[in-house]
Design a protein around this ligand. Structure first.
Ligand code: AMP
Ligand code: GLY
Length: 423
């Protein structure tokens, strides 16, 4: 088979790595890809939002399966364009990717189908939002409705902060049209867990759990980022939590989407908060997490291409997902200054150390080839992942492995997986 992967981050590298293990696959292309993906796939210089060009390429090269890793093209309708051309593609159509693309939609869906989530109201007028805030309880959470690179969520401790937030999102339009509508929701406390799943429109199969570290600095300080590191499984995702979510959240979401005429085929990523009142949905994503994929996929035993195909063909009920009985930790190596401003173009040394190291992976995020060197090319540069018999061993291995890599302005959090000690 020939497979095309759409995207260019650490997540897509982890997907490419999993696809490359499938005995069914002879050739992988990735658009646009990065330097690490280029070692296992042929990178194609077409942007992820150039749907027509991508579909044309897939036809020319007789691609058997396209896998879309990123949210923007999914929300923008890439799957519909591919399907209209008769191409096989893994991911939700536009009318289902709205589960991630509009927070107002997903909140209304959860309310309508009694799926546990924070209490909320949607607003499309700043005046009404500000009136509501006059009598609200604080802290409170403001969310831009649309995609905002994970940065459209504001936790406001006071009325003043919340009023400023409404101004930023709706009047100053910091995230453009993503802030035309905002969700104002109740502030919840608890541990966060990321649960990824495969969905074929009606059946859902849950992958092993993970936890992300979204803030830039140790101790969950600093700004929100795309994710500074992950571990899998989460020791807080107990059997009791799993049972609750299976009963009230997972299948309920898939059934709700089908009932709305928006059958979901692809990945649903459940961002959960384990509150005192039980697990609640913080958000849905319509794709693998980044860097969750970097710790979940190396532990998956199935042939991922078989699972992708079962989702497309609607026979996921025939598949049993299997994960290794071990753990993995991913530490993101970033450029100092991320997520605000940082320099690029520094040579990365030591990558070859991972070539033959069983159970260790270096997933590229922001890298590019410069002659025979590989240089930094983004805020998040690499995801160093290691497995271990348990979480503590995996964490020690991952931090040990970060020492094998060197580049100027290398920055990482030193407390990825600290929560493990509290389990
Ligand atoms: P989201 O993009 O909706 O996952 O939000 C980003 C982050 O903001 C989450 O991972 C949480 O840490 C935090 N967050 C979002 N919604 C809430 C909420 N209702 N209560 C507390 N924290 C929240
Ligand atoms: N790691 C969080 C996300 O992918 O949205």
């Amino acid at each position: 088979m020939k497979v095309l992967i759409v995207g260019s981050g650490g997540r897509e590298h982890a997907i490419a790595f999993a696809v490359a293990k499938s005995p069914k696959v002879d050739k992988i292309y990735c658009a646009p890809g990065n330097a690490g993906i280029g070692q296992i796939a042929e990178c194609v210089n077409i942007g992820a939002m150039e749907f027509e060009k991508l579909a044309q390429f897939a036809k020319e090269k007789e691609i058997d399966l396209t896998v879309v890793g990123m949210d923007d093209p999914l929300v923008g309708g890439i799957v519909d364009v591919f399907e209209a051309e008769g191409l096989r593609v893994f991911g939700p159509r536009k009318n289902a990717a709205i589960l991630e693309g509009s927070k107002a939609f997903s909140k209304d869906l959860m309310k309508k189908y009694n799926i546990p989530t924070a209490a909320y109201e949607n607003f499309d007028s700043p005046k009404a939002a500000m009136e509501y805030l006059e009598t609200s309880k604080y802290p409170i959470v403001l969310k831009a409705d649309g995609l905002a690179l994970g940065k459209g969520v504001l936790i406001c401790n006071t009325k003043e902060e919340a009023m400023d937030g409404v101004k930023e999102l709706m009047l100053d339009r910091k995230f453009g049209s993503a802030g035309n509508t905002i969700v104002i929701e109740e502030f919840m406390t608890g541990r966060e867990v990321s649960v990824l799943s495969f969905v074929d429109g009606k059946t859902i199969k849950i992958m092993t759990s993970a936890q992300d570290h979204k803030r830039a600095k140790d101790g969950d300080q600093g700004l929100n980022t795309g994710g500074m590191g992950t571990f899998s499984p989460s020791p807080f995702y107990t059997e009791e939590v799993d049972e609750f979510c299976k009963k009230y959240i997972y299948q309920a979401t898939v059934d709700a989407m089908a009932a709305e005429g928006r059958a979901f085929q692809g990945i649903i990523f459940f961002g959960l908060m384990l509150t005192d009142e039980g697990p609640k949905v913080l958000e849905y994503n319509a794709r693998f997490g980044d860097p969750e994929a970097q710790v979940v996929l190396p532990r998956m035993k199935n042939d991922i291409v078989e699972v992708f195909e079962a989702c497309i063909d609607g026979n996921l009920d025939q598949i049993e997902l299997q994960f290794e009985d071990n753990a993995a930790v991913c530490v993101v190596l970033a450029s100092d200054g991320y997520p605000v401003s940082y320099e690029k173009g520094f040579e990365i040394k030591g990558l070859e150390n991972f070539d033959t190291k069983e159970g260790y992976y270096v997933f590229h995020a922001g890298t590019k080839r410069d002659g025979d060197k590989i240089v930094t090319n983004g805020g998040r540069v690499l995801g160093v992942t290691a497995k271990g018999a348990d979480l503590k061993e995996a964490r020690a291995n991952a931090y040990e492995a970060t020492k094998l890599i060197d580049f100027e302005n290398k920055y990482m959090r030193n407390d990825i997986g600290k929560a493990i000690d509290e389990a």
